[in-house]
Design a protein around this ligand. Structure first.
Ligand code: ARG
Length: 430
């Protein structure tokens, strides 16, 4: 298929292209609307066996230029590590793997659009997901007013319409039955939705998983891995220094073999309804577990408390498309400050679906043996506790003295049914 000449067109549009059916069909569709199509495929560590062929396929389908961008390094440095520093888990469980790749894709689209002198960017998201929100909000944060085309959202086609259009435009349609699920994956994990998972009563079938062993079939012997962190960032496994890509990759395989990182949740979507998702994030779950354990020995109580509130906010902002927002920038600055001391090693035990931190050490540990021990060498000032308790409990004691006239009367409290649990001890019926 020959591309139209620049002079006849409305200009170039940069399409986020995965090589799948939706975004492939989007190429001739955008051309029919009068655009020249430039594709941008992001390599974020997805399990694609034909990554090299994607550019070729884009050109065959009608794109004038096809860009393959290896964004794994940037994904790790600017999204995964900040997320790990924040122990970020949406609604307490989802490590945000899909959510992290969208602002990055938006950034790459804007970058290519500027270089190519394009008039618009385009994506293949539907109108029901949050990926459309993330890409468009993030793209506008980087290039306010950028024109965004969303063919899949606009055209309301059925799968059959799409197939027919694909055949008409010589786009290879997968011959094998497509996965019954909607999948998305990258270095930080794999997301799986749709199909039988849409009924939250259904147990996810074996086929919904692709990265992890079923914990019941995982090895009978646990495996121990030592993870070393430098300022909140993992830098070595079992003492061997590794770059981020290798470290995450190895840990995905190792923890995945032990069935670690399976998450089955119904989540609250930004667009107003709930959806059921099955995630597999072996490296993410293991690293967050280890990172949290290390933080417990190096961070102060106050920092940990405030950090935990901000971790929740960080996850919500990432999930809801606000990556490039002033609040996210401020929270990341806070996180970075806290991570100055988060260096050390954690020993994690991987066994039949669980990753448990079994030991941690750090030169920055404020855990003090001599203060904590109940054995010989105890340096804690026991006598100081007497005055401490007096002052600490003073406001509560004062309250009782004022409102209970000096002493709580248990008998009357039981009578008034304020203290029913004590009734048996007060020789009266409550
Ligand atoms: N619900 C997740 C999120 O919004 C994952 C969506 C990824 N897409 C998919 N096809 N499963 O981040």
């Amino acid at each position: 298929m020959a591309a139209k000449k620049a002079a006849d067109t409305k200009g170039k549009v940069v399409l986020a292209y995965s090589g799948g059916l939706d975004t492939s069909v989007a190429i001739p569709w955008l051309m029919d609307q009068g655009y020249e199509v430039v594709t941008m495929t992001a390599d974020v560590g997805q399990q694609a066996d034909d990554l090299d062929e994607i550019n070729e396929k884009a050109i065959r389908t009608g794109a004038v230029t096809a860009h393959m961008m290896d964004l794994r390094g940037e994904m790790i440095e600017n999204f995964i590590w900040p997320g790990l520093k924040a122990n970020a888990l949406y609604e307490g469980v989802y490590p945000l793997n899909s959510a992290y790749s969208r602002p990055l894709i938006a950034k790459a689209l804007i970058y290519v659009a500027q270089r190519e002198g394009a008039v618009a960017i385009a994506h293949g998201c539907t109108g029901k997901g949050q990926d459309q929100v993330r890409i468009e909000v993030c793209a506008n944060a980087l290039d306010p007013g950028v024109a965004v085309l969303a063919p899949v959202r606009d055209w309301h086609w059925s799968r059959e319409d799409e197939m027919e259009y694909a055949v008409k435009h010589d786009i290879p349609v997968p011959i094998t039955r497509q996965s019954p699920y909607s999948l998305d994956d990258n270095l930080w994990g794999r997301s799986c939705e749709c199909g039988v998972l849409e009924d939250p009563w259904n147990t996810p079938p074996k086929g919904a998983y692709g990265l992890t062993a079923d914990p019941t079939e995982a090895p009978d012997k646990p495996e121990i891995v030592e993870i070393t962190f430098d300022k909140g960032v993992p830098v070595a496994l079992d003492g061997k220094k590794l770059n981020g890509i290798k470290l995450i990759d190895q840990l995905n395989k190792l923890a995945g073999k032990h069935g670690v990182g399976r998450i089955d949740m119904v989540e609250n979507r930004l667009v107003g309804f709930k959806s059921r998702e099955v995630y597999e994030c072996p490296a993410a779950v293991t690293l967050i577990t280890a990172h949290k354990a290390l933080e417990t020995i190096v961070l102060s109580k106050d920092v940990m408390r405030v950090k935990s509130d901000l971790e929740k906010k960080f996850a919500e902002l990432a999930y809801e498309g606000c990556w490039f927002s002033p609040l996210m920038t401020a929270i990341q600055a806070f996180m970075d400050t806290t991570q100055e001391v988060v260096s050390g090693t954690v020993r994690v035990r991987l066994y039949k679906g669980s990753a448990v931190a079994e030991g941690s050490k750090s030169e920055n540990a404020i855990y003090r043996y001599d203060l904590a021990t109940y054995s010989e060498g105890d340096a804690f000032d026991h006598a100081a506790s007497v005055g401490f308790i007096k002052v600490w409990g003073l406001p509560i004691k004062t309250w009782t003295q004022t409102h209970e006239k000096g002493k709580v009367n248990f008998k009357s409290a039981v009578k008034e049914k304020k203290l029913t649990a004590l009734a048996p001890f007060c020789e009266i019926s409550a």
